[in-house]
Design a protein around this ligand. Structure first.
Ligand SMILES: [Zn+2]
Length: 237
């Protein structure tokens, strides 16, 4: 059987290099990577942010979040209480092995959010508004859902793909002055705090109800807390 190594003709090799497409190839290949999320069971595109990258982003952003939102609430009991409830809920998720970190922020605004890699935050203002443990568990479960559904990785990856697409168009129309792929990373750097889509919020609610139910809480507490928030005019407590 005849075999022959394929050799790219020199002229073409030069052209490819001159268009700097080679540098973009790993990113282009990543675009094709779609994987099923273990929590939602859906195919989602997270090719630009691996689970390892999520851990790295979370660890890097964590101290900044704590600082930005009033520092950690240094009461003796509340942080421990929230951590224990959070860890239990996370143990019922599809990612129990993540190094989950639950932080109570010393902020009177009613707020909760999550960073990729298992970082969940709840303000003391929210703790004051929650009627009982089940309502607090509902908020934590919803935030755990954002992490397990990998919503930040989805948003980051779709933004990167859009930017990359624009760059490739730039390459095709104008070979000179093409910015390197490393510049794209800066675009996605502040995505962690941008709001989620409505579909992602609904997905987190669905996952939150699942984790609450598994942990033995009444899942209606998630809805009752939302109603409670809607009734309460004061965002500061
Ligand atoms: Zn949410």
């Amino acid at each position: 059987m005849r075999r022959r190594a394929y050799i790219l003709p020199m002229k073409h090799a030069f052209e490819l290099t001159s268009f700097r497409l080679i540098g973009l190839l790993p990113a282009l290949l990543a675009v094709a990577a779609c994987s099923a999320n273990p929590a939602t069971g859906k195919q989602s595109f997270t090719g630009f942010m691996s689970p390892a990258k999520e851990l790295q982003v979370g660890a890097e952003e964590h101290p900044k979040m704590v600082k930005q939102f009033g520092g950690q609430f240094d009461d003796q009991d509340w942080p421990k209480y929230v951590r224990e409830i959070g860890q239990e809920l996370a143990s019922y998720s599809e990612m129990p092995e993540l190094p989950w970190t639950f932080t109570v922020l010393n902020d009177t605004q009613v707020n909760a959010f999550a960073l990729p890699g298992g970082y969940v935050y709840i303000t003391r203002g929210l703790l004051a508004l929650a009627s009982d443990e089940a309502e607090m568990a509902g908020v934590l479960s919803h935030e755990i859902g954002h992490v397990t559904a990998r919503h930040t990785a989805q948003r980051y990856s779709s933004t990167m793909a859009t930017n990359l697409g624009l760059q490739v168009l730039g390459v095709l129309s104008n070979a000179a002055g093409v910015p390197g792929a490393e510049n794209i990373a800066a675009v996605g750097a502040n995505l962690a705090l941008k709001s989620y889509s409505r579909d992602q919020e609904l997905e987190s609610d669905m996952l939150g109800v699942r984790y609450m139910t598994r942990a033995g809480y009444d899942p209606d507490a998630m809805a009752s807390f939302s109603r409670n928030c809607g009734r309460t005019n004061a965002s500061k407590v």
